[in-house]
Design a protein around this ligand. Structure first.
Ligand code: NAP
Length: 284
């Protein structure tokens, strides 16, 4: 029977490190601070914002909220971005997306200072993921996968890792982070031939295709570590992932559950990035 690698303990371990970093910064008079930028009143955004505020509070991180109306102009949001970029009290910025249709999201994102991009959405952050340099931050979900591998002591060096999905949010940065851990990485997508065979080759498989229950018994073999990044809801409204877990839980070595797996670690990663951003700013 596969081990279930829950995200909660990995998140708790990361939160403990963040609390320590925040305490050290506070002792030097620096309060790590996150700015949350929201345009409009989407229920998803508000719920994410509330969750982030609660988590920040428990870790001693301050939150400044900047809320613009749904009808706000591109210029208004650009001015807000310039303001948070220039404000030395603010160490990290979380821009809730998608933005309303009148806004050019790519341009807005390009204006955000990479050193405050704790969500890993700017080109500067992705450049850092690619080069291994500390410019910006890795996208939180991709980093959450690494935190889970670290917490459960998965040795990646020399292992074959297969990532399914090449988005800039999850698949591609996850592949780069696995490479940094000296895994031999295969990155798969919709044009990959014999996908199930490729997946069976992996010692570590990250399923991030964003297709509910796409992967079952045919895609896995004994001994594999499977990280299921997908977030979906079935007909009964139950949350589920890209992997048909019941089919593979007798076979693989370990699998992350949905819910309670990778998704449970992403906010902890975001907060660790805020503390790190504050630490980097203090060194400058
Ligand atoms: P996305 O932008 O839709 O990208 C999906 C990727 O999967 C694409 O690269 C696509 O290939 C590939 N793909 C789709 N269908 C495939 C198939 N049948 N075979 C092989 N590859 C296939 O999705 P995303 O933003 O990366 O998110 C992926 C999943 O992670 C979603 O379920 C999302 O909800 C979830 N997610 C979870 C968290 C979390 O905190 N746990 C955070 C963010 C996202 P092409 O490039 O060829 O089209």
């Amino acid at each position: 029977m596969a081990q279930v690698w829950k995200g909660g303990p990995a998140a708790a371990a990361l939160n403990a490190k963040t609390t320590e970093k925040v305490g050290a910064l506070m002792a030097r008079g620096i309060r790590p601070t996150l700015a949350i930028l929201r345009v409009g009143e989407r229920a998803d955004d508000i719920s994410y914002e509330n969750g982030a505020c609660r988590r920040a509070e428990t870790l001693g991180i301050a939150v400044l909220k900047f809320t613009l109306p749904q009808t706000a102009s591109q210029k208004e949001l650009e001015e807000t971005i310039y303001m948070v970029n220039d404000d030395p009290r603010i160490h990290g910025v979380l821009l809730l997306r998608p933005l309303p249709p009148q806004m050019e999201e790519e341009r807005i994102v390009s204006l955000l200072a990479p050193e405050k991009d704790v969500d890993g959405i700017t080109d500067g952050s992705l450049c850092g993921v690619f080069t291994g340099k500390a410019t910006g931050f890795a996208p939180c979900t991709a980093q959450a996968c690494m935190e889970v591998l670290d917490y459960y002591k998965a040795d990646c060096a020399g292992k074959r890792a297969v990532v399914v999905g090449r988005s800039l949010v999850v698949g591609r940065p996850a592949a780069m982070l696995l490479l940094q851990k000296n895994a031999t990485v295969t990155l798969c997508h919709t044009r990959t031939e014999e996908l199930a065979a490729r997946m069976r080759e992996g010692d570590i498989v990250i399923a991030a295709a964003g297709r509910r229950g796409l992967f079952g018994a045919e895609s896995f073999r004994e001994g594999q570590i499977v990280l299921d990044v997908g977030i979906h809801f079935d007909e009964e409204g139950r949350m589920c992932g890209d992997v048909r877990t019941a089919e593979v839980s007798e076979t693989v070595k370990a699998i992350t559950p949905v819910p309670g797996g990778i998704g449970a670690v992403t906010t902890a990663v975001l907060m660790s990035h805020v503390a790190e951003a504050a630490g980097r700013a203090a060194k400058m």
